[in-house]
Design a protein around this ligand. Sequence first.
Ligand code: SF4
Length: 344
Amino acid sequence: MNVTEPMRRAAERYPFAVTPHYLSLIREPCAADPIFRQCVPDGAELAAGSGLSADELAEESRYSPVPGLIHRYPDRVVCLSTAMCPTYCRHCTRKRMVGKPQFEVSAAALKAQVDYVRAHPIIRDVIISGGEPLSMTTRRLEEFLRRFRSIPSVEIIRVGTRSPVTWPARVDDELCGMLERYHPVWVNTHFNHPREVTPESAEACDRLLRRGIPLGNQTVLLRGVNDSPEVMEELCRALLRIRVRPYYLLQCDPVAGVEHFRTPVSRGIEIMKHLYRNVGGLGVPRFVVDAVDGGGKVPIDPSYVVRHQGGTLTLRNFAGEIVTYPDLPGRAHSPAAPDQTGTA
Ligand code: SF4
């Protein structure tokens, strides 16, 4: 691979690291390769003039009551447990913080996070994210789980990790056994392309599943990586085969340094239509946009309601045919004003 000057400058601005496993998945050393594109710095990360900020979702500026904790929705918080990652994804939403030691969570900061959650019993779901939580030692990660699990109002703990993709050997028996001790624990993985679903990844997921840890996957819709209906279908099918439920398809966030990965929302809707038509419901993720300024996640579905009139619902089915359904009396559904329920 030729290291170009723009690559070098991008790596100076945003950290660069890649695991041997993830590096081995590259077939062509160029940006047309979906694995290369996700892990090798690109001069496009430095594009000026987009007007985008590094914290467009206002995670830090509005929704961080204590350092390293994001409280955006009533019942759940995100704990940014570490800033380190074994592989730095070029499309990372948290480019502003990853790789920067000043974002590490000190003992005092963890205590402040735990005190905050304890003082807000409305919080029932703690998402341990980062950075890559599995870049910490198992003992250090256990400290987070142990402290949050000691809070009576916390019902579930979720761990968000890309390690099954980039560093599957990290998901070893010791780690899985530790997670099992803090059930109910859920794990969200981050597979973006079918070539990331390797035998090693499948084994890592199997080790988690055998400990009773349900797996859901969050895919980011990325230009030049997976913005094609066929690639997304292949990914969803590959995930089902390794017993990982496609959970979210996330519109790429408008943050500085990742603009070259963004696609129009219409592309995501087109992909969703394809998935609804070709994949069983278990393999269809929910397509969501994270609104700027902390507006939260908003699901975007292709509308299948054509008309709701006189007790009859007129719908378009998966094959594009018009079908009807005899509805019960109630408020008419307006296709122009879909329900928008915040989710995470
Ligand atoms: S592993 Fe997660 S936090 Fe780390 S760079 Fe990738 S997307 Fe960002």
